[in-house]
Design a protein around this ligand. Structure first.
Ligand code: ASP
Length: 340
């Protein structure tokens, strides 16, 4: 694997390999000294053309825990706002010796463009492109589900897929790169996915996606779910009105107090509630659900660092194996370029 651009083209072996490596990385996060020498001397550039809090900080923490040097490049306040093209920006970063570029861009396909050209000879990681994909978010979600699944079944996470797990993804699917990346990855991992949204917030062609589609959240929940992922209503990407009122939206498609209670009434005591953040509390998710013991919101943030460490490590260290542990001991001294 040279780049991480999407989950649609991620094989089962690569997906499980990243998740297993992330398990090992999470052990590092629990140590007092949360650092490995694995990427010493390597430079990771965070190239963000769109606002982000958790993804950028998460990549920064991940790179630093692996001892890489990190350069944060935000489009606002840079020459990009003077009209510098993606090509010129990439070539500048290349001249500065970037080994990996973590790119978030408002245009779907920008990371693929970067990876397909010879503008820059670095590993490219897609940190969210337009409404297309956000692969590390889907991987951290899968990591969170896999741990939950393993805990319930009393088995180990390592090597496991998500076969038989029922996942409901609800909300603004139309604008959500998180939903797209999750649908592809969950299909690869064998989970059973249902999307729930108002018809206006479903993309054209959704019937060809490898999942079920419903307009009714209550009916879908009544059929059982191991994980319910609520999506953010992406007001900033909406140029029309997609639902009558926010009250109507939260009543029909939000996860409110009544639905939280319904999970208990339905005997679904192990169902987790997920959200990629940032949350619109009171719109797609109520405070009681976001803060309940079922909520994995903070675990997702924590797991995000481990998954991004795994992605950076596997791309930059040249380790193609799924078991990273033995490699971590000497990864700081071997030359990744020769292995890539
Ligand atoms: N943080 C995620 C993203 O960048 C989800 C969201 O913003 O709704 O796509």
């Amino acid at each position: 694997m040279r780049h991480l651009l999407s989950t649609e083209d991620l094989s089962l072996a690569n997906a499980v390999g990243i998740l297993d490596t992330a398990e090992e990385m999470s052990a590092v996060g629990e140590r007092e000294v949360k650092k490995l020498p694995a990427l010493r001397g390597r430079t990771v550039v965070n190239l963000f053309f769109e606002d982000s809090t958790r993804t950028r900080i998460s990549f920064e923490a991940a790179a630093k825990r692996l001892s890489a040097d990190v350069i944060n490049f935000a489009a606002k306040g840079s020459s990009v706002s003077k009209g510098e093209s993606l090509k010129d920006t990439a070539q500048t970063l290349s001249a500065m010796g970037a080994d990996a570029v973590v790119i978030r861009h408002w245009a779907s396909g920008a990371p693929h463009r970067l990876a397909a050209t010879d503008w820059i000879d670095a590993a490219v990681i897609n940190a969210g492109d337009g409404t297309h994909e956000h692969p590390t978010q889907a991987l951290l979600d899968a990591f969170t589900m896999r741990r939950h699944w393993a805990r319930l079944s009393g088995t180990a996470s390592e090597g496991a897929d998500l076969k038989g797990m029922r996942v409901v993804i609800a909300g603004d699917v139309l604008h959500s790169r998180v939903a797209r990346s999750n649908v592809w990855l969950l299909r690869t991992l064998g989970a059973d996915v249902t999307l729930v949204a108002p018809p206006t917030l479903l993309p054209i062609g959704v019937e060809k996606w490898p999942c079920r589609v419903s307009y009714n959240l209550d009916d879908t929940l009544a059929q059982g779910a191991d994980a319910v992922m609520m999506l953010r209503v992406q007001g900033e990407r909406m140029n029309a009105s997609f639902f009558p009122t926010t009250r109507e939206y939260s009543r029909r498609w939000g996860f409110g107090d009544t639905r939280l209670q319904a999970l208990d009434n339905l005997g679904m005591k192990d169902t987790i509630i997920m959200h990629p953040g940032p949350m619109n509390r009171g719109l797609e998710i109520c405070a009681a659900a976001a803060d309940s013991p079922r909520s994995t919101v903070l675990a997702q943030v924590r797991n995000g660092v481990s998954v991004r460490m795994a992605a950076l490590y596997l791309l930059l260290s040249g380790d193609t194996r799924t078991q990273a542990a033995p490699a971590l001991a000497y990864a700081g001294t071997h030359s990744p370029k020769e292995n890539n």
